[in-house]
Design a binder for this molecule. Structure first.
Ligand SMILES: [Fe+2]
Ligand SMILES: [Fe+2]
Length: 428
């Protein structure tokens, strides 16, 4: 599938881009100036932004539709005449709306190969399995072999030429998705320049968040609380906390904490007792909760059951088992840290029989602790499904099985169905 856009507004281009690149069936994606400038066949789709004058000119619209062989989506500031409805999308489109319209025009989905964003490849130093490029419908060519070193420059070159996705065999995805993709979002060692790597990572998280259709208002709130947190941490009396926080930046711990903040926000949107104070406490707890894990790679194992922790080497086992008590102790030394935050950090691996340190049941925890534990489980779950959001239902099922969620089960279902609305259209 080739997608050509004709946008005048950079904002619209960026917005459409964030959606289009999530479709697995797109091989080429390019901004052009005129429909007639490129070859047009059954696997081509055009997206054109209309001015108000163009939108009310029926002859002009009919001509566009004919030139595109009826494969054009028209982004218009005013509603189009009824005979053009199938092509019309309002200029102020919602993400779900656009994804849905776009999926009406793209119908191929291959069962044998799984598309993965190049960001997932960058998370590794070596390719975890054979990697393919898609040349055409059902036609794939091997791009790299299992265990080859990840080559950032080549990946970037392909991205620039319009290749947004690479492919792996479905079996490999099932086998390696859990183990090998469950790392830091991007392995910064693959980049000469750390800033470049970090900004790529930021874009990736942003894309995930977009997929949940989160409003700008909610995102601004979260950003605001994070900024306030950064200021606060600088003034705290325990200097080691600030050092630990700075060290976490760019690591799995920071990304995973940020995703936890985001899911706290999504859960709390459904709660009538959510206010600024609650949000600030949750942000604080999220950014602190794993700082006592010295080796960020160990954080990947933090949600093991208490007995499984004992199977790790003793140093790792002790580091993970103690990280909740250790951070709670450090936070307690600062009188201006609310006790709710200390308790969340202490209890974030509780809530089921095999949790640690004590195995406190979910129903014995405070509401805030429950919100945090669920948000934390959602954030970790994203790594487990290698960010393939069509598998998100599985995370929700696992969480509902693990914790005695009560009223929260409905909230989790709400989040899943909101995502599904976007995701089902993306995968058509
Ligand atoms: Fe933890
Ligand atoms: Fe954690």
């Amino acid at each position: 599938m080739k997608v050509y856009t004709i946008f005048k507004s950079p904002q619209l281009l960026t917005k459409a881009n964030s959606i289009i690149q999530n479709f697995t069936s797109i091989e080429k994606y390019e901004q052009i100036v005129d429909i007639l400038a490129v070859e047009n066949n059954e696997s081509t789709i055009f997206i054109k932004e209309l001015s108000e004058d163009e939108a009310i000119n029926k002859e002009y619209i009919a001509d566009l539709i004919s030139k595109s062989k009826k494969r054009v989506i028209l982004v218009s500031p005013v509603p189009l005449s009824s005979e053009f409805q199938v092509h019309y999308i309002p200029r102020e489109f919602k993400i779900v709306e656009f994804a849905s319209k776009f999926s009406e025009f793209t119908q191929s989905y291959d069962e044998t190969f799984y598309a993965i964003g190049q960001e997932l490849l960058l998370a590794n130093e070596k390719y975890p399995c054979d990697i393919y490029l898609k040349l055409g419908p059902k036609k794939y060519v091997r791009f790299a072999n299992k265990e080859d070193t990840v080559d950032v420059l080549t990946l970037e070159k392909y991205l620039k030429s319009g290749v947004a996705h690479f492919y792996i065999m479905k079996n490999d995805f099932e086998n390696y998705g859990d183990e090998l993709f469950r790392q830091d979002l991007i392995n910064l060692k693959n980049f000469d320049n750390k800033i470049e790597g970090l900004s790529k990572k930021h874009r990736m998280i942003q894309n995930i968040i977009n997929d949940f259709g989160v409003s700008k208002f909610v995102l601004d709130q979260i950003e605001g609380s994070l900024e306030a947190f950064e200021d606060k941490v600088k003034t705290m009396s325990t200097k080691s906390l600030m050092e630990m926080f700075e060290k976490s930046k760019g690591s799995f711990i920071y990304d995973h904490s940020f995703l936890t903040v985001f899911f706290c926000g999504l859960i709390c949107e459904n709660l009538d007792w959510y206010d600024d104070t609650v949000r600030e406490k949750l942000v604080m707890a999220a950014m602190f909760h794993d700082l006592a894990i010295d080796n960020p790679n160990l954080a990947l194992s933090e949600d093991l059951k208490v007995n499984d922790l004992l199977l790790l080497d003793s140093k790792s086992s002790i580091e993970i088992s103690n990280h909740t008590k250790k951070i709670a102790y450090l936070l307690q030394q600062n009188p201006d840290i609310p006790s709710d935050v200390v308790n969340i950090c202490l209890n974030h691996h509780e809530g089921y029989e095999e949790g640690y340190p004590k195995g406190v049941p979910f129903t014995s925890l405070s509401q805030l602790e429950r919100v945090f534990i669920l948000a934390h489980a959602l954030a970790l779950g994203l790594y487990r499904i290698a960010f393939r959001l069509e598998k998100f239902d599985g995370i929700i099922d696992d969480i509902k099985r693990k914790y005695n969620c009560g009223n929260f089960a409905g909230i989790l279902d709400n989040i899943a169905s909101r995502l599904k609305e976007v995701n089902s259209t993306l995968q058509k």
